[in-house]
Design a protein around this ligand. Structure first.
Ligand code: SF4
Ligand code: SF4
Length: 311
């Protein structure tokens, strides 16, 4: 895998691209940048021309109630939904509550995660500027991870979720899938827990949980996921019960929209219409199902996602 991309996704920066980006800024001169002129380097003509609507003004609670109603309609309709997650990074405060909720819902050990927040510090202008970007498996429609293992181990479900077969996708296959994800969004479960070497290992780490229709526990000696490939499941087990993903319901800022893109009356469908969205690494043709708004706060400088990412 491209180590530069992996470092970037781990939040450690991508030295070469970041250096080039900073050099572009430096070329404008510190004085000009402080005066706001340097910020224009991040603003494409496309963005300048665009009518950029502000973040949606609905309260987090109102949006959640609507998305819950949308979800109930989707799961009772008899139609096959097309799940999509939309992230508004302008609303994300970087609090990590969603990542903690995810750990509780889909338990992973030290070093493993299904969701985390990448923090991008952008040293531009007179004030500190950072983007908080929640990341999880993109549920690619054409998943690179599926191409490196025998057919059937990684399955694209009709609803869009990329499902792993834990019975067969293990050991070297799990390792191969993890290496193939261009965004480093799969980890292989080491079986370790946070409290295993402490005087008081905690029971919450041993609890059972559901993944792809089966019940597992990370407790020693149980039907566990040691050596299995782990990633975000879009909380499929919750969706099947008509409940929104844990990260979505936990976000106090309402930074995420989730629902069925086949339903034109759903909030997730409607928030994406006529808006500028970034579908990360679109150039690779993977067709991600986690997409990001690429719009500015009213009165704020616009930052193109491609300042750091390819499309
Ligand atoms: S984001 Fe990575 S793990 Fe998820 S489907 Fe795409 S390649 Fe596979
Ligand atoms: S959808 Fe579920 S598994 Fe995926 S990041 Fe959110 S909480 Fe974690």
């Amino acid at each position: 895998m491209d180590e530069e991309k992996a470092r970037e996704e781990r939040g450690q920066g991508a030295p070469n691209r970041r250096r080039a980006f900073l050099q572009a800024l430096a070329g404008i001169g510190a004085g000009a940048a402080a005066a706001g002129v340097g910020l224009q380097v991040l603003q494409s003509p496309q963005a300048e021309a665009a009518e950029i609507p502000p973040p949606l003004a609905e309260s987090t609670g109102t949006a959640l109630i609507r998305m819950q109603q949308d979800l109930e309609r989707a799961v009772t309709s008899g139609r096959t939904p097309s799940w999509m997650m939309v992230v508004d990074t302008r609303k994300c405060s970087g609090c990590n509550a969603c990542a903690v909720a995810c750990k509780a819902e889909v338990p992973t050990g030290p070093g493993g995660f299904a969701r985390r927040i990448v923090i991008k510090d952008l040293p531009i202008g007179p004030r500190p500027f950072a983007v908080f970007k929640p990341v999880n498996c993109l549920q690619c429609d054409d998943p690179p991870c599926a191409k490196v293992v025998p057919a059937g181990m990684i399955r694209k479900r009709p609803d869009g979720i990329v499902e792993f077969d834990h019975a067969t996708l293990s050991g070297p296959y799990a390792e191969a899938a993890a290496r193939a994800c261009p965004w480093n969004l799969i980890h292989v479960d080491s079986g370790a827990t946070y409290t295993m070497n402490t005087p008081a290992p905690q029971a919450y780490e041993d609890r059972s949980f559901e993944e792809y229709g089966r019940t597992y526990s990370r407790k020693k000696g149980s039907v566990g996921l040691l050596g299995r490939a782990r990633k975000c499941t879009f909380c499929a087990h919750r969706l099947e019960q008509g409940v929104l993903p844990a990260c979505v319901t936990t976000c106090m800022s309402g930074a995420m929209y989730f629902g069925d893109m086949n339903d034109t009356s759903s909030l997730v469908y409607q928030v994406t219409q006529g808006r500028r969205v970034f579908k990360g690494h679109e150039n690779t043709g993977v067709k991600p199902r986690v997409i990001y708004f690429e719009e500015s706060m009213p009165g704020a400088v616009h930052v193109d996602c491609e300042a750091c990412h390819s499309r």
